[in-house]
Design a protein around this ligand. Structure first.
Ligand code: F6P
Length: 324
């Protein structure tokens, strides 16, 4: 370990497809820049516990196409406490870690900002299927999750159409309706229910009954998990109201988080990984690398953590208009 600069890297929060190509890009860019990389296992939990393992260029071979994360990930509630942050810094210092790259979603980037506030050199990389991270057009994993959803909805539409049914299909996304709205547009859903636009069960029932009267052969309703109406309760209400279609529910759940990353996610993960290393080595800290238009930019973590990205009104309107 005679290289100049040691970069720690951890993956944190919900896993997302593309974390592995991101780790690979970090390790190989560091190697090309005479820096070395120390993998931190189990997210912030591993940082607190000092679970480190050196990562060389050969250690990241064959992971480009694999979903999940070779470093494992955790949600760490105790890392919110400054006492544990200080413990983590002590562990980093004990192995001579000069800087840290945090790959994760909103909560993980808050942890990164907190560490930077304690004097650690940190660069964040947005990775979450929810696409709710401020400052980047896309987070790592979103595209793969979208493609998984598209495949599932296309299949469900076949059976919905054959049986003349309404299908409620629940997508992930926490408080953000991005996945649901995009699925609505690209899968031709009759309706999309998202946290950003609250609705009542009665309004949904009326809209589904109306779709039946207009002669639709089926109804696909994409329900974001954070929507104002809950999927199972809504299904019971639709059946009770006799909207024309019988109703079935599919909760897509964690299949949205798995699978081999798409070409887009591999490319995004590689670009963000390269830029994160370059940023750290050129002295940047307390920033996130994010995709803005066609470019990778540095955005202050103070800004990223103060805001949340929500789905754009333009897409919400497009999903509504194309459903007629
Ligand atoms: O943030 C990613 C996400 O998959 C959300 O969409 C979802 O609400 C949550 O994580 C589920 O978390 P867990 O895997 O801990 O159940």
């Amino acid at each position: 370990m005679d290289k100049d600069f040691t970069i720690g890297i951890l993956t944190s929060g919900g896993d997302s497809p593309g974390m592995n190509p991101c780790i690979r890009a970090v390790v190989r860019t560091a190697s090309a820049s005479n820096a070395q990389v120390m993998g931190v296992m189990d997210g912030y939990e591993g940082l607190i516990n000092g679970e480190f393992r050196p990562l060389g260029v050969r250690d990241v071979g064959g992971i480009l196409q694999r979903g999940g994360t070779i470093l494992q990930t955790r949600r760490s509630a105790r890392f919110l406490e400054s006492h544990y942050q200080r413990e983590a810094i002590r562990k980093m210092n004990s192995v001579g870690m000069d800087g840290l790259i945090v790959v994760g979603g909103e909560g993980s980037l808050k942890g990164a900002h907190a560490l930077a506030g304690q004097g650690v050199k940190v660069v964040g990389i947005p990775a979450s299927i929810d696409n709710d991270v401020w400052g980047t057009d896309m987070s790592i994993g979103v595209d793969t999750a979208m493609n998984t959803i598209v495949e599932a909805v296309d299949k469900l539409r076949d059976t919905a159409s054959s049986h003349g049914r309404a299908f409620l299909i629940e997508t992930m996304g926490r408080g953000c309706g991005y996945l649901a709205v995009m699925a609505g547009i690209v899968c031709g859903a009759e309706m999309v229910l998202i946290p950003e636009v609250p609705v009542t069960v009665e309004e949904v029932a009326k809209a589904v009954a109306d779709a039946y009267r207009r002669g639709k052969t089926h109804a696909i309703i994409v329900v974001a998990e954070g929507a104002s109406v809950k999927t199972t309760g809504l299904a019971a209400a639709l059946d009770a109201e006799d909207v024309g279609f019988t109703t079935r529910v599919t909760i897509l759940g964690h299949i949205q988080r798995g699978g081999s990353p798409t070409a887009f996610d591999r490319m995004l993960a590689s670009r963000l990984g390269v830029k994160a290393v370059q940023a750290l080595l050129s002295g940047e800290s307390d920033v996130m690398v994010g995709l803005q238009g066609r470019n990778v930019e540095l955005i202050p973590l103070a800004e990223v953590t103060a805001k949340s990205r929500t789905v754009s009104a333009e897409y919400i309107e497009m999903a509504r208009m194309l459903a007629r």
